[in-house]
Ligand binder design. Structure first.
Ligand code: C2E
Ligand code: CA
Ligand code: CA
Length: 660
């Protein structure tokens, strides 16, 4: 029992319960004091002519003053949302103590008044005490400690007093009151326990809600963050682009949208492995995160592609884009490797370059493509010139899609010669397309367009079919070189189709060389190697075309099953300079070490031929000998050339070139 009593008299240890009690009391205590004053005034009134004035008016005034002070204190006290739990508890304790003191004072005052007047007045005193104590208990439902102190301080003396006075009716009344208040306290304690549980469960609910919100925020963050680099991801980028574009339209602002693409990332990934590639991307992400900030959003769109969104200083967007490219050109240190990559960027500015997200993004991609093909490591903005190009590209796309391939495609042959004897050792077949609507389109352009449109395989097959048919009319001693697209060599069905065409044509596969550029191999190294193996298994040869114009040629040279290398014509053009000369020497050395045949392209002058011969190059191709020619022209050229070189004995001179 004592333990129970102690537990009832102890204040809650839960801060939120204390604060809730405080909040409730703040509303009810003023009512409690008002009730006290009114009841006391009523009692003083009925005793006004009977009791001394100090007991009636004097006490009422003193009481009203104290109660008034308490009411003001409570009304002006800070709200439960401001006070701390410690302050709230201090106030609860103070209220309990004051309630006890006041109860004692009241009871004694009523007993003093009880000395005056007849039975009616005495009845009023008894009623006053009973009603007041019940009223107080009601007002103190949320502070059971005070309610119990009040009950104890009033009902016990009340009972003892009337027993001593010996009035049966009043003793019965006192007993009644003691019983009623006892039950009320019990009910109050039960209610308070429920109040406490309610507050605590509200707390847990709020905590759960906060946790759910936190998890929700975390999820939202994850859904918008790129896991590898920690930068915003593609989803976030496009959502932001959409939002900011909407805002810019309303405010009449400009916005720059950009795409950033790492240069030489793929070779790094292929050479050092994906783990190093991933760490490199993380390092790139860290550098980009430092640049991003107010007015500039940088996000990873996927692979080695990043998005830029510039909303402030849009006039300087190109400068900002270039600064990022320069920053990424500084070598990275990854796992003790110093890795030098770079990046190119393309920008499109709203509203000049387009109105919609799709349009702007496409155009920034187009500008990027131009930066990559004209000046790697630079940032280009979409311009009017690009607009015209796009239009002509669309025209090429449309014409190519509706082209009659058999009719519109044809091949030209350019001879490959021995630099010493000038004997023709082979021909390279070069594709040509003349569209009835837009005229002749250079192979560089229509091949890339066909690749983009996904119709390259049928174009390659058509050209190869024509090349084989025409090649069958050429002398048995020479070989045929045919260019394959990046997409052809990685496609098993296309490779199978090429093999089937060779077999059907009855041409010895050993006479055929397929030329591949490095980009072909970089797309999907393993698939490319599979394709190469199938063609070599047949007996055909593989040449690496445009050698030296890419990046990691050395790595590819070692790892690929190759037979020949075709040296890019830019080296021949530069061979007058010491560096060009040295590179040609180095490439030849490399090819000899790896036992690869080496063909130089783009030989245009006698001097170049002489130098190449001196360096030890055995095979060459170029305008000096002949431009690509139609089959009949090529056959005539070959006959005259053979006759010409045959007549010239030791001093070999090529026949003047014949233009097709
Ligand atoms: P490529 O394979 O490097 O072909 C050599 C290109 O250099 C040809 O351009 C040829 O006309 C040109 N050329 C030959 N000798 C000289 C010279 O002395 N000086 C200069 N400046 N150029 C010379 P073409 O025919 O315009 O072809 C361009 C590129 O288009 C080719 O480069 C090749 O990558 C691609 N291509 C051509 N035909 C086909 C094809 O049938 N299939 C595929 N996939 N690509 C082709
Ligand atoms: Ca070629
Ligand atoms: Ca080439």
């Amino acid at each position: 029992m004592r333990q129970r009593l102690r537990s009832w008299m102890t204040f809650s240890a839960e801060p939120n319960v204390l604060l809730a009690q405080y909040g409730e009391l703040k509303r009810q205590v003023p009512l409690l004091y008002t009730l006290l004053v009114l009841n006391a005034a009523a009692l003083a009134y009925t005793h006004r002519h009977l009791a001394p004035v100090e007991l009636t008016i004097g006490f009422t005034v003193l009481l009203s003053t104290i109660c008034g002070w308490r009411v003001v204190r409570w009304l002006s006290a800070p709200g439960a949302d401001i006070v701390t739990a410690v302050e709230a508890k201090r106030e609860l304790v103070r209220t309990t103590v004051i309630a006890g003191v006041m109860s004692v004072a009241f009871v004694n005052w009523s007993f003093l008044l009880d000395q005056y007047g007849g039975p009616a007045e005495r009845g009023h005193v008894a009623l006053f005490i009973a009603v007041t104590v019940i009223g107080c208990i009601f007002c103190l439902v949320t502070l059971p400690q005070a309610a119990m102190v009040v009950t104890a301080a009033v009902t016990l003396p009340y009972l003892v007093y009337y027993i001593l006075r010996g009035n049966e009716v009043l003793v019965a009344m006192a007993l009644n009151i003691a019983l009623v208040t006892g039950v009320m306290i019990r009910v109050l304690l039960n209610n308070f326990a429920r109040f406490e549980t309610l507050i605590l469960s509200k707390d847990t609910l709020a905590a759960k809600q906060r946790e759910a919100e936190r998890l929700g925020d975390e999820n939202a963050l994850l859904a918008h963050t790129d896991a590898l680099t920690g930068l915003p991801n593609r989803r976030h980028f496009f959502a932001e682009l959409d939002r900011r574009l909407g805002a810019a339209k309303l405010a009449g602002d400009r916005v720059a949208v950009g795409v950033l693409d790492l240069d030489r990332f793929k070779p790094v990934n292929d050479t050092f492995g994906h783990a190093v590639g991933d760490r490199l991307l993380m390092a790139v992400g860290r550098r980009l995160a430092k640049v991003a900030g107010d007015g500039m959003l940088l996000a990873r769109l996927g692979g080695d592609e990043f998005g830029i969104l510039i909303t402030r200083d849009v006039g300087r967007a190109c400068e900002l884009g270039q600064a990022i490219c320069d920053r990424l050109a500084v070598p990275f240190s990854v796992d003790d490797h110093s890795v030098a990559i770079g990046c190119s960027a393309g920008l499109a500015i709203f509203p000049d370059a387009g109105e919609t997200v799709h349009e702007l993004f496409d155009r920034s991609d187009y500008a990027l493509y131009h930066a990559k093909s004209t000046e790697r490591g630079s940032c280009a903005a979409f311009s009017l010139e690009h607009e015209t190009q796009i239009r002509s590209e669309r025209a090429i796309e449309a014409a190519l899609q509706s082209a009659d391939l058999e009719d519109e495609l044809h091949v030209r042959f350019q001879p490959i010669l021995c630099t010493r004897t000038l004997a023709v050792l082979g021909v390279e077949a070069l594709g040509r397309w003349t569209s009835p609507t837009i005229g002749a389109v250079s192979p560089d352009r229509f091949i890339t367009t066909a690749e983009r449109l996904g119709i390259i395989h049928s174009i390659s097959a058509t050209l190869f079919g024509k090349a084989l048919a025409e090649f069958s009319e050429m002398p048995q001693a020479i070989g045929l070189s045919f260019n394959l697209s990046a997409l052809d060599i990685v496609s098993q069905p296309t490779v199978a189709r090429l093999i089937e065409m060779i077999e059907r044509n009855g041409i010895d596969p050993k006479r055929i060389t397929f030329e591949l550029t490095e980009t072909a191999l970089m797309q999907d190294f393993d698939a490319a190697v599979r394709g190469i193996r199938s063609l070599r298994a047949l007996g055909s040869r593989i040449a690496l075309d445009d050698f030296g114009s890419g990046y990691s040629s050395l790595g590819y040279l070692r790892r690929l099953p190759l037979d020949k290398v075709k040296v890019d014509r830019t080296f021949v053009a530069d061979m007058d300079e010491a560096s060009g000369h040295n590179i040609l020497t180095a490439i030849l050395g490399l090819c000899q070490t790896l036992e690869l045949d080496c063909i130089v392209e783009g030989v245009e002058t006698d001097a170049q031929l002489a130098s190449l011969r001196e360096l030890g190059y055995r095979l060459a191709q170029g305008y000096l000998f002949a431009e690509p020619m139609r089959l009949d022209t090529c056959l005539v050229w070959m006959r005259r050339h053979t006759a010409g070189t045959g007549n010239q004995g030791d001093r070999l001179r090529p026949q003047l070139r014949i233009v097709a």
